[in-house]
Ligand binder design. Structure first.
Ligand SMILES: C[S@@+](CC[C@H](N)C(=O)[O-])C[C@H]1O[C@@H](n2cnc3c(N)ncnc32)[C@H](O)[C@@H]1O
Length: 198
């Protein structure tokens, strides 16, 4: 869903606001990737790679997965330009078909809200994780000020924890790490990081 929107906006996706928000997310995530040089990271719904291309030095390899090919074209140009040698892209939609890939960490930033069937994508992401692997989700906290037919208005921690448990995850830790002005459909909102262990 929203695929066409992202195909169309790819070349103008990296605005100052989105780069600033990506930097806030990176500040939260980077410290947790110390000692991860032997881990493979799959960035699901990577977009133009604003987050995961900045994480490439922290891990063994990065696979940027997105259903919008145009977003990946932008990411590919960045990879070539900056000479990152351990990043690849994959045009795929795991809600339709799960390819034969495996990862130690699946990272998903501001993507879950765009996927209608939360349970299904959580199950499919569980299946690509190696045993003991982790799913890291960054998204918006539930926000009753927002109502949109195609986008979830954020997630309540306890509801999401329950869905992650049902998908098979052994444990989940969730915390809110940022409150910002007009960051979610022009509304003030907060973001969480959820880390689940397979
Ligand atoms: C808001 S952007 C976030 C991009 C990036 N994760 C970031 O934080 O900068 C959402 C991305 O998710 C992708 N996306 C949406 N639905 C998807 C799906 N079902 N499978 C894969 N990617 C999807 C879109 O194409 C888009 O690139």
């Amino acid at each position: 869903m929203e695929n066409n929107v992202f195909e169309q906006m790819a070349k103008r996706y990296d605005t100052q606001e989105r780069i600033e928000l990506a930097n806030v997310i990176l500040e939260e995530v980077k410290p947790r990737l110390q000692n991860s040089k032997d881990k493979t990271l799959l960035d699901y719904g990577s977009g133009t790679g604003l987050i995961s291309l900045e994480l490439a030095d922290f891990v063994q390899s990065v696979l940027l997965v997105d259903s919008a090919g145009q977003m990946l074209e932008v990411a590919k140009a960045k990879i070539a330009q900056s000479g990152i040698s351990n990043a690849q892209v994959l045009n795929a939609d795991f809600t339709q078909e799960v390819p034969d890939v495996k990862a130690d960490i699946v990272f998903m930033s501001l993507v879950l809200l765009h996927i209608p069937d939360t349970e299904k994508i959580l199950q499919n992401l569980f299946s690509v994780l190696n045993d003991g692997g982790e799913l890291w989700i960054v998204d918006f906290d539930k926000n009753e000020n927002i109502s949109h037919p195609k986008v979830h208005n954020g997630f309540a921690h306890e509801d999401l924890k329950e869905k992650l448990k049902e998908a098979g995850f052994a444990s989940t830790e969730i915390h809110t790490f940022h409150h910002g002005e007009k960051i979610f459909m022009k509304q003030d909102a907060s973001m969480f990081l959820a880390r689940s262990v397979k």
